[in-house]
Write a protein that binds this ligand. Sequence first.
Ligand code: HEC
Ligand code: HEC
Length: 475
Amino acid sequence: MKTRFALPLLLASVAAGSFLFEVGTAFSLDSVAQLLGAPGVIGIPPPGPVASDPGVRVGTPDAGGPIAGLSPGELAFFERGKTEFEEADGIDEGLGPTMNLDSCGGCHAQPSVGGTSPFANPQAAFANQNGATNRIPPFIRADGPVREARFVRNPDGTRDGGVHALFTIAGRADAPGCALGQPDFDAQLARGNVIFRIPTPVFGAGLIEQIPDKVILANQASNAGLKSVLGILGRPNIIVPFGTISGQTNNNGNDGTIARFGWKAQNKSLLLFSGEAYNVEMGITNELFQTERDETASCLFTPVPNNVTNVDAATPLEAISAIEKFAFFQRFLAAPTPSPDTPGGATSIASGGSLFVSVGCALCHTPALYTGRSTVAALRRQQVNLFSDLLLHDMGVGLADGISQGQAGPREFRTSPLWGLGKRIFLLHDGRTSDLAVAIQAHRSDGSEANAVVGNFNYLGESQKQDILNFLRSL
Ligand code: HEC
Ligand code: HEC
């Protein structure tokens, strides 16, 4: 079945002569010819071992430092922001009444501060910290991944989609008199109403923030013939400014430009994401999100918003609020450094990089985009090796989570940027696997735009698949 499916597509795309990337391709494309003459492609399994995920790359973190070329002032903001990002907050700083953890750095930890879920999930210990009486929901395990939960529907059947915090501050020694129950996760799970999201890493996030919309749109328009042959569409998550008179809140209307952060590209900027995360993940209100998500009077211990600009401070660094510090840290955080030779050696990695392009992965996972006219010199006109087009794609029923955010529908996700992938433990939006091979096959299900590309991948010989897996773990 798969031979009949994949080969004509591969040939069609070669015949169309459009295996060329107008924007930002870092790899040679002559591998298509090699591919067609290579063992495995004619459907005869070549000798040798079955390809497998080499696993998380060991050694130095290769991420977590500041971007090269920052001024002394910018570096000071990076360092101060990093401290704030790592710091655990208490009730006296506004933590809760409901939250998922008490620090940004706890969730964004692997392989260093700013990253994604660590092996050991800090939520397990946090649940009962300081006397808190939380029950640990069954989907939170000590061996990870860090998760937040969204409910698909409200009890009346209308769409919910929001984050429901896992824990409350009830029972904590520093929250005397607070009485507040957790959501009934068992009942929601039994109804199949809960979906999960794991943290996305923020390495290189300042570069992503500085990519002009027109670069994203030009890349979207590139290789149009090939994308349509392979069934790849992709559209930017443009947030419509204000709503019609619908009687609903118009959450996050913004300015109509392309949003790009989060699993569904639902957020525009690092400052916005920081304000949202401070309130949603940690329960700390701020100048962007001023209202407590839970206003149970017995559980509010500090004035609102909990964290604000210090207008009497002596220096700008002391004056700015925590969400600005978080944003500066993330904006000045360098991209991850790929390995030239680990795992599998330089030749295998180079071959994997070419195959990644020629089977069509790079049609969504664009190897490089470019920044524009940034006020920050170190972010100006830089190549951004993110391996994403920052567009939303229909990923079919297999990955669908039933949640809409902005224009992103229930089956749509932002092409996950693959830089730093070599160090990621948990994969896909809900962390359902740690195995790259499983993550690739999960792209293929009814309705997914990636079906033909995964068909091409499956058509490769095992040693070629291994080259792609080695390449991915070198990132
Ligand atoms: C309980 C765990 C948790 C905590 C605490 C947390 N985050 Fe996150 N973070 C997540 C998850 C989960 C996502 C993915 C959300 C989504 O897209 O649905 C995420 C995504 C992000 C992103 C988007 C990055 C990208 O490119 O996609 C940014 C920025 C971010 N977080 C910043 C912060 C900041 C700043 C803090 C502290 C105020 C913080 N986070 C605290 C779990 C956490
Ligand atoms: C149609 C666009 C598209 C194509 C083609 C595509 N991907 Fe993806 N990829 C995505 C999207 C969207 C996600 C996020 C899906 C999710 O988390 O539910 C993703 C996620 C991934 C992940 C997990 C990353 C993470 O952060 O956990 C890996 C690994 C990956 N892709 C590799 C590949 C490889 C290898 C190929 C080629 C065989 C490929 N992709 C082809 C769109 C695509």
